[in-house]
Design a protein around this ligand. Sequence first.
Ligand SMILES: CC(C)(COP(=O)(O)OP(=O)(O)OC[C@H]1O[C@@H](n2cnc3c(N)ncnc32)[C@H](O)[C@@H]1OP(=O)(O)O)[C@@H](O)C(=O)NCCC(=O)NCCS
Length: 183
Amino acid sequence: MFSLPLSDDARIAPLEVWHAGEFAGHLDRARDHIRPWVGPAFVTDDVEGARSTLVRYAEKQAHDGARLFGIWSQGVLVGGVMFTDFQAAAGCCELGCWLEPSAEGRGLVTPACTALLDWTFRKRGLHRAEWHCRADNHRSAAVAKRLGMSLEGVRREAWPYAGKRYDKQVWSLLATEWPPTDH
Ligand SMILES: CC(C)(COP(=O)(O)OP(=O)(O)OC[C@H]1O[C@@H](n2cnc3c(N)ncnc32)[C@H](O)[C@@H]1OP(=O)(O)O)[C@@H](O)C(=O)NCCC(=O)NCCS
């Protein structure tokens, strides 16, 4: 299987159905940390739930749609990045990411997203990539900023979570802005 190095001890590679057991073990370490910030369908409780997420993405990938990539550090799955949406005909996609707590603050997600964006713009010729996050998710917004994205606006109270509605930020990057000058 292919993988790309992110650092001396971390790599990114496709996250596929056969990783269901490993993905479920990772979610046990990540669940509480990511739950407020990601879509509810992504936070499953057991191997079957993890497998159904991987199957859902594999089916979308088979139609050139959404796809998932894991981040392994010292051989352990610690998080990942994804296209939550990928529409080649429309030239638009949306990226997402997550990490378990031990992998945060190590500079893993920004280079992983850089690899996805490079493929999006240079190889696939898409025109626009989006990033959606809760407006109070400062670490996620910081990733969007590091990727050179611009904050386009706020969708007010568009993110329901635990009985409350939060604002959602929409960030974007255009093919004409890639690569950012500081990369
Ligand atoms: C969003 C999330 C993935 C961001 O993770 P992150 O570790 O902050 O982001 P990066 O991997 O880009 O790493 C950058 C951090 O690593 C630090 N870092 C350490 N070594 C580094 C290196 N060699 N290169 C670059 N940065 C490095 C940076 O200083 C920065 O930390 P700081 O913000 O405390 O200064 C993580 O907070 C998370 O999983 N949150 C919960 C789920 C979530 O919100 N997902 C997004 C939904 S929209």
